[in-house]
Design a protein around this ligand. Structure first.
Ligand code: GLC
Ligand code: CA
Length: 554
């Protein structure tokens, strides 16, 4: 594996709408990101991924772009964006934008022109089919529910949208579409961006000709996954995109990739892969169900461990995955992966540590460093997210009571991660002086940045230590590049692994409330990280306390 500039970095995802509001309209903005750069620098962050802030109707919170060359006025101006890139650069930090090119918005001018002249140039920017009475072009179910086909306004055609109907799919088979995409990427890279996070990219290649699949729910529709499993040849698009854009700039690119086959990993993230890196979603997928959220279950500590190790084995030293415990599409990691009732500072630190020390690039989602938790939704009216609203309906249709459906929502809703960042214990958690666009989590008086920054025992201070270890010249080589070797893999509720480089580190977490004793093969030199202020060592044995986490130098 050839070393690259981004291997050593630590990344942080910002969801701009919920990060920091500077003008009191209740919506986070780019000036808010600029104001908080020092907060991130202090934490040790190098790369910042901004969820979309392009011009957009915000039907899917910016993942529906109506102008790829503009900033939505709710987030600020292009001058703010330029300033953000420049201010980041001054601090040796990189900005990634979100590249959302599987689809655009139905308010994009391409789509408007396609409606005006479906047989013209822009009709071919989308997947259009003639409308037939009582029949859909295919029986695909969109990710956000219902058919993936919608009438093309003012015409006798229908268009494909694998996500929301306000997100028409772009036709990547059309070279003109691809040219537009590359032009846009290069335009942004010329501005000095560090690179992109690449949204929903596996969807750009459809299995052609489009056809029906076996229905998998009572609605007679079939999951998009069935189509994707059959689609061949995405690599031609992705390789072309790499060569025409990222590669020329040595830019960092991280793909939202779900369904790669093991033999394709070198193509995706090996030397000269399509992307620099891709997210590991094994943990988020585990426990899932095609039926909907109501049928998903909480994953156990042993499953969590198996997922992490499974990915590490699959990737080996082919390249670098990007490790997350949460993002803007998932519930909060601490509420999801820590057994119910056990969420506390110790367990939050343990989970953070186990994930952070894996081989790959650590991505921290805003508020994760504070141990932000899921929301307790009291009513579906408190939910904004379109996907959650659909899953609520799916749960009711499947026979759940309203209470049960709401519980499902509280557990899995994307809005869990989208509540405003908790800066202080003051009004609206210090996020805005106005009315926040989404309700602040009630626990902000207890969980907020201000109270954690100067507290050496806070969750945030613990993340700071983890980041500092990754950057420590003595340990960097091992923490960044060292091989990962699982140990005591069969032991219930224990997750442990070696990182072996020019030094050997043992990373271990007691993933339960009961203490548990480990026996080291030999002695250790030093405890580098500990989420407790002591370790119960006797001889070669260590009695790990409730959710104790250690990094030992062997
Ligand atoms: C990705 C994004 C998600 C969005 C979807 C459609 O999965 O992360 O937020 O809804 O793509 O763009
Ligand atoms: Ca604002």
């Amino acid at each position: 594996m050839t070393k690259k500039w981004w291997n050593e970095k630590v990344a942080y995802q910002i969801y701009p709408k919920s990060f920091y509001d500077t003008n009191g309209d209740g919506i986070g903005d780019l000036r808010g990101v600029i104001e908080k750069l020092d907060y991130l620098k202090d934490l040790g962050i190098d790369i910042i991924w901004l969820s979309p802030c392009y011009r957009s109707p915000l039907a899917d919170q910016g993942y529906d772009i109506s102008d790829y060359y503009d900033i939505d006025p709710r987030f600020g101006t292009m001058a703010d964006m330029d300033e953000l890139i420049a201010e980041a650069k001054k601090r040796d930090m990189y900005i990634l934008m979100d590249l959302v090119v599987n689809h655009c918005s139905d308010e994009h001018e391409w789509f408007k022109k396609a409606c005006q002249d479906p047989d013209g140039k822009y009709g071919n920017f989308f997947y259009l089919r003639d409308k037939k009475e009582g029949e859909l072009p295919t029986n695909w179910r969109s990710y956000f529910g219902g058919s993936a086909w919608e009438d093309l306004p003012g015409t006798n055609k229908q268009y494909l949208h694998v996500f929301h109907k306000k997100q028409p799919d772009l036709n990547w088979e059309n070279p003109e579409v691809r040219e537009e995409v590359y032009k846009n990427i290069n335009w942004w890279l010329d501005k000095g961006l560090g690179g992109f996070r690449i949204d929903a990219i596996i969807n750009i290649k459809k299995a052609l000709p489009l056809h029906d699949y076996e229905p998998d729910r009572e609605d007679g529709l079939s999951s998009i996954h069935n189509m994707l499993a059959e689609a061949q040849g995405i690599g031609e698009f992705l390789g072309e995109m790499r060569d025409r854009t990222f590669k020329k700039y040595d830019a960092f690119s991280v793909g939202e990739v779900f369904n790669e086959k093991p033999e394709e990993i070198p193509d995706f993230i090996g030397d000269n892969g399509y992307f620099s890196s891709m997210f590991d979603f094994a943990e988020t997928i585990c426990g899932g169900s095609e039926k909907g959220w109501y049928d998903c279950r909480q994953i156990t500590p042993d499953e969590y461990k198996a997922c992490c190790f499974g990915t590490q084995r699959k990737i080996g030293d082919i390249g670098f995955v990007s490790n997350i415990i949460e993002n803007h599409d998932e519930p909060r990691g601490v509420s999801r992966y820590i057994p119910e009732g056990d969420c506390c500072d110790a367990s939050k630190k343990m989970l953070g540590g186990l994930n952070f020390m894996l081989r790959g690039i650590p991505f921290i989602y805003q508020g994760q460093e504070l141990g932000m938790e899921n929301v307790k939704f009291e009513s579906i009216d408190q939910v904004d997210d379109i996907s959650t609203l659909d899953e609520y309906k799916v749960a009711l249709d499947a026979g759940c009571t309203q209470d049960e459906a709401l519980k499902v929502v509280s557990r899995f809703s994307r809005d869990n991660a989208r509540t405003p960042m908790q800066w202080t214990d003051g009004e609206n958690a210090g996020f805005t002086t106005g009315k926040p666009w989404l309700r602040v989590n009630e626990n902000y008086k207890k969980i907020n940045a201000e109270s954690q920054i100067n507290d050496p025992d806070s969750v945030r201070s613990f993340y700071k230590k983890l980041i500092a270890l990754r950057k420590n010249p003595e340990y960097k080589e091992t923490v960044v590049y060292g091989a990962l070797e699982p140990v005591w893999e069969e032991v219930h509720n224990l997750m442990a692994y070696y990182r072996k480089g020019d030094r050997t580190l043992l990373v271990v977490g007691n993933y339960q409330k009961e203490p548990q004793t480990i026996e080291l093969a030999g002695g250790y030199k030093k405890i580098l990280i500990n989420n407790y202020d002591h370790a119960a060592v006797s001889g070669n044995k260590i009695e790990l306390q409730r959710y104790q986490f250690l990094v030992l130098e062997m």
